[in-house]
Design a protein. Sequence first.
Length: 255
Amino acid sequence: MAITILSQIKNNYHRLSEAEQQVINYCLNTKMIDLKLRMIEQEVHVSAPTIMRAINKIGYTSFTVFKHELAFADSSANDYAPYESVEEIILNIQNDTQKTTANIDPNELNDIVKNILSAHRCFIIGVGSSSGIAKFFSKKIQQSGIWSNAFTEHSPISNIPFIANENDYILIFSLGGHEDYVTEAIFSSAIKNVKSGLISGNSDSELFQICNNSLVASQSTPKRKRLRSRLQLEVIADILFETLLLKINTRYRLG
């Protein structure tokens, strides 16, 4: 039974949206027999339907059965092996960073920067673990004199198509690019000629196809699939911000 639930999580984890992954991550790290839906909602900041979608995608229709099997799962029987040395950790990060920087298309980068600088308002989207990146990036460009706001919750993101217009720009940080409501918001905004850019680790998503520009982060197969690093999204965010500052300074020097 223990192997079954851990194997199901491993085999289906890639199907989960970022918010759904946060649900499963929390459950894996807690594994309490008395775990309640309300507890997950409060700790992970997600709705009950999101929790149930995550559990359904793993292969369970009952939250009670899911939490009981997980509570008694033997974590030593899973396949989430740790790295074998510090050197392996460093090498993995170095390789991912080199691939990320090498794969950045200067034209895509410059187009995103140009759109940010010319936009009346910038809507920066990030959900789950990517929300922190979105908030920090939004704050930094605000300090550079650009109107920006971070959107990290379901309801505000879904409302963007009703308030954005063709003079605005939307930038999304999403490692997987599989949040349905984000995709719907960008699609509805695109109908109104609102441009958008995507910073993601996945080029095989509907969101990737919808956005006007995109930059893809390298992501090697993690040792622990339930803990995927957003480091490479941060690398691109830093490059994007520094390029933006360069353009601002150049514009200022030229008068």
